[in-house]
Design a protein around this ligand. Structure first.
Ligand code: SF4
Length: 356
């Protein structure tokens, strides 16, 4: 066995301090003869200052830092590769401590600096138009791994554009609601004054549509925004592109979203990618309008970025315009989202770790 493997095993045997409960950290501090109030300082180093090592915690004694180091580990996420688009989008590949990798994207616009983050390594939902859907789901990210992506993308925004991060979308790799606990915990840290202190109104979690978990969001009275990847407003079409629809039909989603709205007062955003000759006719727009009447909602129409794994194509500009105009004329709140970062495979649905 080589030294690196041995060291990794030792590192893995230690507890990840960002997963430890505050009471356990306090108990540890008492055990080593430290004052329990040090736990607050450690929390601040870990979450507010994003310390990557115990060495950085300079208001703790050297002895305490050494003891922490012996007992705990910090597993930070590292930027392994950065790709820059001609439209200023930056895609990063983030290396995780166990050798897996995920992708995250900084999307600068005139009015926003948005971080798009991943919640799982791969995805189990196999949406036909999505590059991640062709990867095997390996595991959920923990809260700190999601949080680290936000911190690093935020640093990219400051360093490259001198503008702070304004929005976060959970639209990267994975289905956030199948990693519910860790996603919510990451949002707690992002919104906490002891973390990044961002407003939950600037955070959007996007789901492929898991009715039971949408209701749970309602029960938990979450304050962040919810988006649902709809892409077709009839079951027969949606089944063809999103296998999750077979067990979470439009009727089930409608009921869950109304429940969510009753509990939170938040209207959902329907994400609708317009595929050429699949869901881009005026009849499709009419079905979408009918569906929006049943759920308090708004609609984002999104250009498609073809991937090599699937045959779908982006619709034509005039078909997209007619589609959007139809909805607008019916009084639907519509945003057309032009694609970003296409040249570096950073656009919606294109995230996948490319094997070299
Ligand atoms: S669209 Fe989202 S839920 Fe569907 S396969 Fe891709 S990452 Fe998974």
């Amino acid at each position: 066995m080589n030294t690196v493997v041995t060291q990794n095993k030792v590192a893995q045997a230690k507890t990840d301090i960002r997963k430890a409960k505050p009471e356990n950290i306090k108990a540890f501090l008492t055990e080593i003869g430290e004052k329990p109030f040090r736990a607050k300082q450690i929390h601040e180093w870990l979450w507010k200052k994003s310390a990557r090592s115990f060495e950085e915690m300079t208001n703790l004694s050297k002895q305490t830092r050494d003891k922490l180091q012996e007992h705990f580990v910090i597993n930070p996420v590292a930027v392994q590769e950065e790709n820059r688009s001609s439209d200023r989008t930056i895609k990063s590949m983030f290396q995780l401590h166990d050798g897996h990798a995920v992708e995250g994207v900084l999307i600068p616009t005139d009015t926003r600096m948005t971080a798009c983050v991943s919640s799982q390594v791969g995805c189990s939902l196999s949406c036909k138009f999505c590059a991640t859907g062709y990867m095997e789901r390996k595991r959920n990210l923990d809260a700190a791994e999601i949080y680290d992506q936000v911190v690093m993308i935020s640093q990219q925004a400051e360093e490259n554009y001198q503008i702070p991060l304004s929005n976060i979308v959970y639209m990267g790799m994975g289905e956030p609601l199948l990693n519910y606990k860790n996603v919510l915990e990451s949002i707690e840290h992002i919104t906490s004054p002891k973390g990044l202190n961002m407003s939950p109104k600037r955070i959007t979690v996007s789901t492929a549509g898991i009715a039971k978990m949408i209701k749970k969001l309602g029960d938990d009275e979450v304050k962040f925004n919810l988006a649902l990847s709809l892409h077709a407003a009839n079951d027969q079409k949606r089944d063809q592109i999103m296998p999750i629809n077979e067990s979470n039909t439009l009727e089930a989603l409608q009921e869950a979203l109304n429940y969510f709205y009753d509990k939170t007062g938040n209207r959902v955003t329907f994400e609708y990618i317009v595929f050429y000759n699949f869901n881009d006719t005026l009849e499709d727009a009419r079905e979408l309008w009918e569906f929006t009447k049943r759920v308090p909602s708004k609609v984002n129409i999104i250009e498609y970025n073809p991937i090599k794994e699937a045959d779908f194509q982006n619709t034509e500009a005039d078909r997209l315009d007619q589609f959007a105009a139809f909805l607008e004329n019916k009084g639907v709140i519509v945003n057309v989202r032009r694609s970003r970062g296409k040249d570096i495979d950073a656009a919606c649905g294109q995230l996948a770790i490319k094997k070299k």
